[in-house]
Design a protein around this ligand. Structure first.
Ligand code: SF4
Length: 436
C-alpha cells in the first residue's frame, strides 16, 4: 500500500459512498418491513428537499434498477416483466422496477417499500408513464411537476427575463400544490424551518458537486467520471438535502483537493483524457470501464454527471431567506439544465473538450433509453464540425445484457485507441517540426 493510501484520505469517497448506500438500503428495508409508504422519485427533479420535510422514505426506482444490473441479476427482473407483458424495447429501468414490485419489493440490496406517493418531472416522458403503473398497481396519488424546458439551443432565459419570471411563477404554484398533496398523504404539517434546514444541506452538496467537476480538470485527473463518478452521483441523488450526504461531500472535496495538491491521479499513468456521453453500461460496468483504462484512458467528465444529477452541476445555491421561491427557481434552473445536457449538448461538449483538454469523446447510445440516446449521431456530427477531436460511437444497453457484446465493444475500443495513438504521434512530430 502506498503512502497516500495510508493517510485514510485517498479512496475515502469510494468506501464511504458504498457504506452510505448499504445504510440507505438497510433503512428502506426497515421501512418496508414496517409497512411505511415511500415517496417514489426520479433523479431529474427529485424534489427531495420538500419530501424530506414530510419524513417520507425516499425511493429512486432508477437507482434500484441499475443496481440489479451492477449485481448481475437484471436479466431475471427483465425476463419477469417481459413475461408479465412488457415489451423488450421499453426502458429497462421500468421493467426491472415492475418485477421488483411483482416480487413484493425483493431487491438484491434489501427490500423496497411500496409507494405512498410518486413525484416526478417531465424531464423524461417515460417518468410519466412509469408512475401510471404504480397508480394502477397501488391506487396512489401521482404528481407531475411540469418544468418548462429551453425552447432552442442557447435559448436559456435568466432571472429578470419575462419568460423566466412567468416560468418561475408556474413552477412555484405547482410546488405549493405539491405541499398540500404531501400534507394529505403523510399527515404531517408543512414546516418551513425544516425546509430551510434541508435546503441548507442541499446547498452544501450542490456547491461540492460543482467543485468536484472543476477539480477534475487537473492533470492527471483525480477521479474517473464513469466509475468513481457514478458512486458520487448515487450519493448526490440519494442523500440530497441530508446532513450525512452534506458531510460526505465536504470530505470528498477535501479528498480531491488533497489529490490535486499532490498530483495523485485516478490512474497511475494517464495517457488519454476522455468525455463520456450517454448512460453507463451497467451489465458489465467494471469491464466496460477497463476497456478504456487498460489503454491509459480515463473519463474526466460526462454528460451523465450532469443530467443524472438533475442539474446539480450548476451548483445552484438556495436563498434560505425566501425558501419557497428559491426552491422553485432552483428546480427551474437545474431541471432545465439537466434537459439541456441531453437535448442541447453541443455547446456543453465543446466547453468540456476545451476546458478538460480532452483527447476523445465516447458516445454510448443504449437500446432502452431513447430520451438520452435519440439524436446522438447528429450530436456527434455537430461536435465534429466544431472541434477536431477523436470520437467513438458504441451501442449497448444500461440493463439488458442480451444486447451487450463485450467482444464487439473491445474491438471498437481498441481501434479507437490505436487511432488516438496515431494522432498523438502526429501531434508530437508536428511540434518537433515547428521547433526545427
Ligand atoms: S427512458 Fe432513460 S431517462 Fe427515461 S427513465 Fe428510462 S433510463 Fe431514465
Amino acid at each position: 500500500m502506498g503512502e497516500e493510501q495510508t493517510t485514510g484520505v485517498v479512496g475515502r469517497g469510494n468506501e464511504e459512498g458504498a457504506r452510505l448506500f448499504r445504510e440507505w438500503f438497510a433503512g428502506l428495508s426497515e421501512a418496508a418491513e414496517a409497512g411505511a409508504g415511500a415517496a417514489y422519485v426520479f433523479v431529474m427533479g427529485s424534489m427531495c428537499e420538500l419530501l424530506r420535510v414530510f419524513d417520507f422514505p425516499i425511493v429512486f426506482p432508477e437507482i434500484n434498477s441499475l443496481q440489479t444490473a451492477i449485481r448481475r441479476v437484471a436479466h431475471e427482473y427483465l425476463d419477469e416483466a417481459e413475461d408479465y407483458g412488457y415489451s423488450p424495447d421499453i426502458c429497462g429501468y421500468v421493467k426491472a422496477d415492475v418485477a421488483t414490485q411483482l416480487r413484493g419489493g425483493e431487491h438484491p440490496m434489501g427490500r423496497i417499500p411500496k409507494p405512498a406517493l410518486a413525484v416526478y418531472t417531465n424531464a423524461c416522458n417515460t417518468y410519466i408513464k412509469w408512475a401510471e403503473i404504480w397508480e394502477r398497481m397501488y391506487g396512489i396519488p401521482t404528481f407531475t411537476l411540469d418544468v418548462p424546458g429551453t425552447r432552442s439551443a442557447g435559448g436559456q432565459t435568466q432571472r429578470g427575463d419575462r419568460d423566466f419570471e412567468n416560468d418561475l411563477r408556474y413552477v412555484k404554484g405547482q410546488i405549493e400544490e405539491l405541499i398540500g398533496v404531501c400534507e394529505g398523504v403523510s399527515g404531517i404539517k408543512f414546516d418551513i424551518d425544516r425546509l430551510r434546514e434541508v435546503m441548507g444541506h442541499a446547498n452544501t452538496i450542490s456547491r461540492a458537486w460543482r467543485r468536484l467537476l472543476e477539480l477534475n480538470r487537473a492533470r492527471p485527473s483525480l477521479f474517473n467520471a464513469l466509475s468513481e463518478g457514478t458512486i458520487y452521483l448515487g450519493v448526490a441523488n440519494g442523500f440530497r438535502g441530508d446532513a450525512e450526504g452534506a458531510r460526505y461531500f465536504e470530505d470528498l472535496v477535501e479528498e480531491m483537493e488533497y489529490k490535486a495538491a499532490r498530483g495523485i491521479g485516478t490512474l497511475t499513468d494517464e495517457q488519454y483524457r476522455l468525455i463520456f456521453v450517454g448512460v453507463p453500461c451497467y451489465p458489465i460496468f467494471r469491464r466496460f470501464n477497463e476497456l478504456f483504462t487498460e489503454w491509459g484512458g480515463t473519463f474526466v467528465n460526462s454528460t451523465y454527471l450532469w443530467f443524472a444529477s438533475g442539474g446539480t452541476n450548476v451548483g445552484f445555491q438556495y436563498d434560505l431567506d425566501r425558501p419557497l421561491e428559491s426552491l422553485a427557481e432552483g428546480v427551474l434552473v437545474t431541471v432545465r439544465d439537466a434537459m439541456d445536457s441531453m437535448f442541447f449538448q453541443t455547446n456543453i461538449l465543446v466547453d468540456m473538450v476545451d476546458s478538460y483538454e480532452a483527447d476523445g469523446v465516447v458516445y454510448h447510445p443504449i437500446k432502452s433509453c431513447r430520451t438520452v440516446s435519440t439524436g446522438l449521431a447528429d450530436s456527434r456530427r455537430e461536435l465534429m464540425g466544431e472541434r477536431d477531436v477523436a470520437s467513438l460511437f458504441i451501442e449497448s444497453d444500461m440493463m439488458d445484457r442480451r444486447v451487450v457484446s463485450e467482444a464487439q465493444l473491445k474491438n471498437r475500443v481498441d481501434a479507437f485507441f490505436e487511432g488516438l495513438a496515431t494522432r498523438k504521434r502526429q501531434a508530437i512530430s508536428a511540434s518537433l517540426r515547428e521547433k526545427e
